[in-house]
Design a binder for this molecule. Structure first.
Ligand SMILES: C[S@@+](CC[C@H](N)C(=O)[O-])C[C@H]1O[C@@H](n2cnc3c(N)ncnc32)[C@H](O)[C@@H]1O
Length: 422
């Protein structure tokens, strides 16, 4: 059902990609029809990203790196993994020697950490990867076999959360990939933004089961569109809780305001935190505290999509071919983890974390042996990781420990956890 590309700035998907996207879209349409005319946005995002065998993360498409759709920090520079390993090495003496990485992508970060820890003398550390996607599991295995084969016997893949976790939990750019719900507020009136069929297809929905769904956007060529419906009581409570946490004024801002709630990210943090026996949790992602996330001036929210290194704002375009993400509300992450009894060990910008872990020293030690062109490329990658205009400030690092006496997060004297407690 995918028709002409309505976004000429985006490259045209090739015929094989179109076929995959059509299958994903058919799955979305079935779900809409079954639901009586509309599905919540998090349901749509779950299908588009994770539908077995065809969703963006579950299909065979190459996602990470130059040949994919976006680049993550471990793909940019091995020094990212070296810094994470330096932090982990500070925690290891007091903990079970096991790292639990969730959503390990291409496996680069696992390979970097294992190799760095070996060099630091931690060569018996076990590594567990919890990965939903069979395709990514295979890719992670291939990366480790190619880069650090003798560590493979210490790596295990799990398809589900274990009952108890001891050691170090790690997730880089996982929370931003979890489905979000969307809301809009127009002059104080709250609506839930949903995915529904564009008019030409709406006759698929059995008449008796149609719900009233208002429209807040033009129909898209894909056959799906974003609509809006009156929120049910639970949805309204979830939105009100986020806005209250953000310190929204009693009189809501005038005009249209769109944003997201990352309930699944909070649920993920709670369920992992509840299983953490003796250990720490280290999370890295882009986002802000609630007051910044829901700032009245951020009226378009943070939802964003990636396709072949272009970012775009149409989550309904070519489902299954694009990454769909939202920024992380770190106040919600903090509240979910501390509610289970964990202590926050620090929160700060990625630049502060990497510099605190010795990035500058690692660069001068390792780059001196590289040829000039490689040195320039390595320096450019680090610039992306630490520059305030790139990933250095938007990306944040947060850690929690089961024991308040755990070593604090290395943040180069720039710990900002106070903003999450306010
Ligand atoms: C944006 S990618 C990040 C990849 C990688 N961490 C990196 O830095 O390159 C998100 C990853 O999270 C995985 N994922 C999503 N939900 C998950 C869950 N509940 N448990 C484990 N992995 C999950 C996806 O399959 C994907 O590998």
């Amino acid at each position: 059902m995918s028709m002409a590309n309505p976004h000429p700035a985006l490259p045209d998907p090739d015929p094989a990609e179109r076929e995959v996207s059509e299958q994903v879209e058919a799955r979305v349409r079935e779900a809409i029809v079954r639901a009586g005319g509309a599905i919540s946005f998090d349901r749509y995002m779950a299908i588009a990203l994770y539908e077995p065998g065809m969703g963006y993360y579950a299909g065979g498409r190459r996602k990470f790196g130059a040949a994919g759709d976006f680049v993550t920090a471990p793909e940019l520079s091995p020094l990212f993994g070296a810094c994470v390993a330096a932090q982990i090495a500070r925690w290891l003496p007091a903990l079970a020697p096991c790292i639990w990485e969730f959503g390990a992508g291409s496996g680069e970060l696992a390979a970097q950490i294992l190799s760095e820890l070996d060099a630091l003398g931690h060569d018996t550390v076990e590594y567990r990867i919890i990965e939903l996607s069979a395709e990514l599991r295979a890719r992670q295995q291939a990366t480790l076999a190619a880069t650090h084969p003798h560590a493979l016997e210490r790596v295990q893949w799990l398809a589900a959360l274990p009952d108890r976790i001891d050691g170090i939990v790690l997730a880089n750019e996982l929370l931003d990939a979890l489905p979000v719900e969307l809301f809009s507020m127009e002059n104080g009136a709250l609506r839930e933004r949903v995915v529904e069929l564009a008019p030409a297809l709406a006759d698929d929905v059995p008449r008796g089961s149609r719900q009233h769904v208002g429209v807040d956007g033009p129909p898209l060529a894909s056959g799906l569109r974003l609509g809006a419906r009156a929120p049910d009581a639970a949805f309204a409570r979830r939105v009100q809780a986020r806005l209250a946490r953000a310190g929204w004024p009693d009189t809501p801002p005038l005009g249209a305001y769109h944003s997201e709630i990352g309930e699944q990210a909070s649920a993920w943090v709670s369920s992992v935190a509840e299983r953490l026996g003796t250990g720490v949790m280290l999370l890295i992602d882009y986002g802000f505290p609630a007051a910044e996330f829901y700032h009245p001036a951020r009226a378009s929210g943070t939802l964003n999509c990636h396709y072949r290194h272009r970012s775009h704002a149409d989550p309904l375009w070519s489902p299954g071919l694009c990454d769909i993400t939202a920024h992380v509300d770190f106040s919600a992450v903090h509240d979910a983890a501390t509610a289970t009894g964990l202590t926050c060990l620090g929160y700060g910008a990625q630049s502060a974390f990497l510099l605190g872990c010795g990035l500058a020293e690692l660069f001068s030690q390792r780059a001196s042996s590289a040829d000039p062109a490689a040195r320039i490329r390595a320096a450019q990658a680090l610039q992306l990781l630490v520059s305030e205009a790139e990933m250095g400030e938007l990306f944040k690092v947060i850690a929690f420990g089961s024991d308040p006496a755990c070593e604090p997060l290395l943040l180069n004297g720039r710990d900002r956890r106070a903003v999450l407690i306010a």
